[in-house]
Write a protein that binds this ligand. Structure first.
Ligand code: EPZ
Length: 420
């Protein structure tokens, strides 16, 4: 088991390159299955979720290899329309292979990981979208099978905003016969990244970033090249770390334009934030104050993935901060561990109220999910003494070498392995 030990009390300083976005890399890699060619993904983050996705690509018949920070995927050979449970179970976002394999092979059989740490994680919106495009869906004992001799374009009206369902609908539509309009689409920057890759492969798709995406189906797609956009949540996490610990850091290869609500919250907390084209500089010298209410929303609102690390950053902020989690029903699992470090947090349903305390103390805590684990590290930087965070394998799913990154910024952090 991976354990991160952090001794708090040191301010941060220095520069850090922002990794490629996990939530763009995963759908992009799955989308490469649609092409009869070689795709190149640059700035691909080194994450266990990426490794899990590559294992699925290899299982279905793609040849995958890396050179430097680029990942090459050759999907020109025959592709198998099924993914075994063992590979599906390793991460929630493998559901993106539903649309990719259905679109390439005309059928797909896979199991869907059930609920996860954030709540039930249903896929009804995904299945409804695929059925709108002509797929027949059957479910037998945890396995889902979708089939369509040829997907046909149509209107996909998503009843609720879903990043994954939007992505699956796009992948199913780009090679369907006819035109598709996806309304109620998610507007995340990662959706725009997916559109840019698909266009590089010859797909006819426009509108990503708005709530209406228009697609004209094409017969085949060639391989394409794409530089993966910066990870706005990883960037938010390290900015929260500096707000928590104090000091001044510089993030380069960042995308400040995708992070406006996060940067506004940090400024309201008392941090000085300067931005350039791909640069964010944050400085926190004086005491932190409550930024006022934080309500998570689909993009361009405050992102749910930044809620845990920003909660950790306000633990010692003067005043009370109300945080309302509107996207997932169980995304406060990091609260008990933060309380064991001396935080004053009360939760009721999807609302948390954080009252600023004068000090936090190091403790032995366990990460239960990816962003919750990151929150524990952010809090540990501002705590007196040593914090030991078990369950870091959750965090390594989405953060490249967090111990190395924090150490590079002046923190006392080291990752160790412990027998279970
Ligand atoms: C993506 O998950 C991200 N993951 C999540 O990041 C992120 O929190 C989420 O979008 C919201 O922004 C990836 O991109 C790999 P949704 P996704 O479908 O697509 C409900 C992280 O920490 N819903 O937008 O699974 C769902 O239960 C991860 O990096 C349905 O009801 O999220 C949730 O309440 C965590 N039916 C809400 O919609 C469906 O068919 C939003 O989920 C699908 C979703």
């Amino acid at each position: 088991m991976s354990v991160l030990k952090i001794t708090g009390g040191r301010t941060l300083s220095g520069s850090l390159r922002v990794q490629g976005a996990k939530n763009s890399a995963l759908p992009l890699l799955a989308a490469s299955v649609l092409t009869e060619g070689l795709s190149v993904f640059r700035n691909c983050p080194r994450l266990t979720d990426v490794t899990a996705t590559v294992d699925i690509l290899r299982h279905v018949g793609c040849r995958v290899y890396e050179e430097g920070d680029a990942l090459y995927v050759d999907a020109s050979g025959p592709i198998r329309p099924e993914v075994p449970d063992a590979l599906m179970r390793r991460m929630r976002s493998s559901v993106i292979f539903l649309g990719a394999l259905l679109s390439r092979c005309g059928e797909v059989t896979l199991s869907l990981p059930g609920g996860c740490e954030l709540g039930p994680r249903p896929v009804d919106l995904h299945l409804a979208a695929l059925q709108n495009l002509g797929a027949e869906v059957t479910q037998t004992s945890g396995r889902i099978r979708c089939a369509a001799s040829r997907l046909r374009g149509g209107n996909v009206a998503l009843k609720a905003v879903s990043v994954g369902a939007t992505e699956n609908a796009m992948l199913a539509a780009v090679r369907a016969s006819g035109s598709t309009v996806i309304s109620g689409a998610a507007r995340e920057p990662e959706i725009v990244d997916l559109q840019e890759y698909l266009r590089a492969c010859g797909a006819l798709v426009t509108g990503a970033g708005s709530s209406v995406i228009r697609i004209r189906g094409v017969e085949k797609l060639r391989g394409g090249e794409k530089r993966i956009l910066p990870d706005r949540i990883a960037a938010a996490t390290y900015l929260a770390a500096c707000a928590s610990a104090g000091g001044s850091i510089r993030l380069y290869d960042a995308s400040p334009r995708d992070m406006v609500p996060i940067l506004r919250v940090l400024e309201r907390m008392g941090c000085a934030v300067k931005t350039g084209e791909n640069l964010i500089v944050l400085e926190r010298q004086g005491p932190l104050v409550s930024p006022g209410p934080i309500i998570t929303r689909p993009h361009p609102g405050f992102p749910t993935d930044a809620q845990p690390p920003l909660m950790a950053a306000v633990l010692k902020a003067r005043g009370s901060t109300v945080m309302i989690e509107t996207i997932f029903e169980n995304r406060f699992r990091h609260v008990p561990a933060l309380r064991s470090m001396g935080a004053d947090i009360r939760t009721a349903g999807r609302t948390a109220v954080i009252r600023g305390v004068d000090s936090l103390r190091g403790a032995k805590v366990r990460a239960d999910d990816l962003r919750g684990g990151a929150a524990l590290a952010v809090a540990a930087l501002a705590a007196e003494g040593e914090t030991e965070i078990r369950g870091m394998e959750h965090v390594l799913r989405g953060y490249e070498d967090m111990a190395g990154a924090l150490t590079a910024l002046g923190a006392e952090a080291r990752l160790t392995e412990k027998a279970e």
